[in-house]
Each structure stands twice: as structure tokens, then as C-alpha cells.
Design a protein around this ligand. Structure first.
Ligand SMILES: C[S@@+](CC[C@H](N)C(=O)[O-])C[C@H]1O[C@@H](n2cnc3c(N)ncnc32)[C@H](O)[C@@H]1O
Length: 395
């Protein structure tokens, strides 16, 4: 494990500022980690459940902090868009209008770092080389961004487009779930009742330094603010992570610009391979029973939906229906051949994508794409081997 590095004076100034504003930082500090930017390190041994951070509600940057009408924002703008708009309109503004003190904004990644890491900023030919599920997540993200940008530009100078995009990504990668938590008197805030779950977000100083792992500390929101407790014992010098959620690497890549080497939540979607193997009648049959699409593969299993779709390829309609209606397990020997066919086709596609990346531009971005495709290949290979072992067991 590489030693964490001192993050530098800007980060120390930010920590002093946070402490002066009642952010309580106990037994942890910011540190620089190779390949992960800034993260959090245990300064001393930490006990399981020990409180390591508290950020008071007054320090959060959320939708409640400013009045819409004062900030040339429309009601139809999402909370994500509003936070990004407000930051873009006060970009590097040192006066009191700036909702996030400069001591805080100065420690965020630069625009250039963001553009390098986030697929939404990559040139279209590289975006086309994302695995299909990541590509579909990116398309969804682009639609959200375009809508927020259009709202922003109704009343903002056009030359702020890039700045808006940068802050939109800052909000995307650094916000935590904030849903106007229950008040002590048991009443829900009126705002929470009206809120769309996608809009439940706030930026919080210092919590936004935590990097993600598939298991990590949880961030608890109460009406007082955010609290982070250690999820396990940490030895002094270890990186302390939080979990951003049970996310696959496709999701992490598109939403946060990185992938994990070991991710127990990782999975891949087989739709682009499996759906073309079906004829129209088989697709209709699957659709009418709610089984068309979203065929996933993780390290331990091929999901039931996939097995049902493979079964449609080999069983007559009546027998297939009987299995589905009884909710029976799919007999693995029955689907062995189509499963092998599916996985082999998938591996051919993956290898083609990997070959296409050999000459792709942009070293860092190309490396992450290659690493991601290799992970997908590993998932497919694990299952192809299992199918083949099943075959040799039978002979
Ligand atoms: C909430 S911020 C964490 C602080 C951030 N590392 C920084 O330098 O300010 C989220 C961003 O950190 C990076 N990140 C988080 N977890 C990571 C990990 N396990 N590996 C690599 N990068 C990670 C990604 O760039 C992500 O968009």
C-alpha cells in the first residue's frame, strides 16, 4: 500500500476554516493518494463505530440556502441544476454571495482534472467505446445535463457554459444524500414532502474528501447535519472510505470518473448480445411476461431474467410458460448451449472493443476503458468456464 502524501497548504487552510465553522474532525485528516486524488486517512487507530466527522447543517450547501428569485433560476430547474447554477454565477467570487467559501472551492479538483476523468467530457469517439451499459448511463446523464443547462441558459451569460458544466460535475461527484431529515419534533419539512428523490442532495465540507469503496463508513443525515462513524477498526495511516452506494463499475465510471479494482457490486449487462439472439415471437413472449431486457451477470451468478431468456431459445412456448408460471428454477443443463453461445459471443464483442482501443487517443482515458473492458471480460469468462466445467462433468 503506497503511503499517503501531505495534501499541501491549501488543504490545511481549508481544514482550519472547516474547524472554525464547527466541523468536528476526529482522528482523521485529508491526504493525497496515488490515482484517487485527495482522500481521508486515519491519523490514529480508530475503533469501530467511533465518530470521526460531524458537519453541522448550517455548513451544508443545499437547495434551502438561497431564494430562487434572487438567483435568476426557474422553478423547473432541478436541485442539481440550481446548485450548479449558483456556483457558476458566483464562480471564484470572493464576496459573501459565494455560497461555498473559496477555502472550500479551492480544494476541489480543477476543471482540467474533471474533464479528463468524466466520460461526459470525453470526445464522442471515446464515449462510443464505453461498454454498452456505461454508454446508456452516459446518455441518460447527458439528457439530465442538457436539460439543466437549457434552464441555466434561459437567463445566464452564454460564456458560462463550460463553468456551469464544471460545477454540475462537482455537484454530481461530491454531493451526499440530503432529504431534510426528520425534525426532533417528528414533523417532516414541507420541502421534503414535495421533493423528488433525485433532488435530495447537499454538498458538505470535508465529507466530500472521502473516496469510495464497496464497503465503507456510512454517512448519516439527521436534522443537525451529517455524521460519519468508522464502519470497522482502522489502523493509523490507513485510508478511510465511505460507500457512495452499491454501484457497479459502469456506474462509478460514468457518475464519478473512476472504477474499483475489487468491487463486490460489479456487474455487466448482456442485453446488446442476448436481445439480437431472439426472434420477434420470443421477444414478444418475454415482453408480455415482463422478462425482456436488463440481463445481468455478476461474479457469482447469471441473473434469473437471463436464464428465462435463454430458456425461451430452447423450449416450446407451452413448456416455457409452465416454468415461468410456477416460478421454477431454470434447469442449467437445458440452457447450457444457449448460455455458452451467449457468453462466447459476448467475449468476441469484448475482444473487438479491446482491439479497437489499441489505437485510441488519450492515454489516461484509454487505460481506464481498457481496464473496464478487461473486468467485463473476466466476468464473462468466469461463467463460460463454469458452463464448460459443467459439460466436462457430464462426459
Ligand atoms: C467525493 S469526491 C472524493 C474526493 C476526491 N478524491 C478529491 O480529490 O477531492 C469523489 C471523487 O473522488 C474520486 N474517487 C472517489 N473514490 C475513488 C476511488 N476509490 N478510486 C479512485 N478515485 C476515487 C473520483 O474522482 C470521484 O469523482
Amino acid at each position: 500500500m503506497a503511503e499517503p502524501m501531505n495534501p499541501g497548504p491549501l488543504h490545511e487552510e481549508f481544514m482550519d476554516w472547516a474547524r472554525e465553522n464547527e466541523v468536528q474532525i476526529d482522528g482523521i485528516a485529508a491526504a493525497k493518494f496515488n490515482g484517487r486524488g485527495i482522500g481521508i486517512v486515519a491519523k490514529n487507530d480508530l475503533k469501530e463505530n467511533e465518530r470521526i466527522l460531524f458537519v453541522p447543517e448550517k455548513m451544508l450547501f443545499s437547495n434551502t440556502v438561497f431564494a430562487l428569485k434572487d438567483w435568476r433560476m426557474t422553478k423547473s430547474q432541478t436541485v442539481h441544476g440550481r446548485l450548479a447554477s449558483r456556483l457558476a454565477l458566483t464562480h471564484r467570487d470572493s464576496n459573501e454571495n459565494n455560497p461555498c467559501d473559496n477555502k472550500w472551492t479551492m480544494v476541489w479538483p480543477s476543471q482540467q482534472e474533471m474533464e479528463l476523468a468524466m466520460p461526459i467530457c470525453w470526445p464522442p469517439p471515446l464515449q462510443e467505446q464505453l461498454p454498452p451499459y456505461a454508454k446508456s448511463l452516459l446518455d441518460k446523464q447527458k439528457r439530465k445535463f442538457d436539460k439543466d443547462l437549457a434552464e441555466f441558459e434561459k437567463d445566464a451569460p452564454l460564456n458560462l457554459r463550460d463553468v456551469f458544466k464544471y460545477y454540475w460535475l462537482v455537484v454530481n461527484t461530491r454531493c451526499f444524500y440530503w432529504n431534510y431529515p426528520n425534525r426532533k419534533d417528528g414533523k417532516l419539512m414541507a420541502k421534503r414532502i414535495k421533493q423528488n428523490p433525485d433532488d435530495a442532495m447537499a454538498l458538505a465540507p470535508f465529507i466530500d474528501y472521502f473516496n469510495h469503496a464497496d464497503e465503507g463508513c456510512t454517512v448519516m443525515a439527521t436534522e443537525d447535519g451529517f455524521t460519519v462513524n468508522a464502519n470497522r477498526y482502522y489502523k493509523a495511516g490507513e485510508e478511510v472510505y465511505v460507500s457512495y452506494g452499491s454501484h457497479s463499475n459502469d456506474f462509478l465510471l460514468v457518475e464519478y470518473g473512476f472504477i474499483l479494482e475489487n468491487n463486490k457490486w460489479d456487474e455487466t449487462i448482456l442485453d446488446t448480445c442476448l436481445i439480437p439472439m431472439l426472434n420477434d415471437e420470443q421477444k414478444d413472449r418475454l415482453e408480455s411476461h415482463g422478462f425482456l431486457g436488463n440481463y445481468t451477470l455478476d461474479a457469482s451468478q447469471i441473473c434469473y431474467r437471463t436464464q428465462v431468456a435463454l430458456l425461451v431459445l430452447v423450449l416450446p412456448a407451452k413448456e416455457w410458460l409452465s416454468v415461468i408460471e410456477k416460478g421454477e428454477d431454470v434447469d442449467q443443463n437445458t440452457v447450457k448451449e444457449p448460455c455458452r453461445d451467449l457468453l462466447s459471443r459476448y467475449i468476441v464483442k469484448i475482444d473487438k472493443s479491446l482491439a479497437g482501443l489499441r489505437n485510441a487517443p488519450g492515454n489516461q482515458r484509454r487505460q481506464i476503458l481498457i481496464a473496464r473492458w478487461r473486468q467485463v471480460r473476466r466476468l464473462a469468462t468466469i461463467h463460460l468456464q463454469k458452463v464448460e466445467e459443467r459439460e466436462s462433468d457430464m462426459t
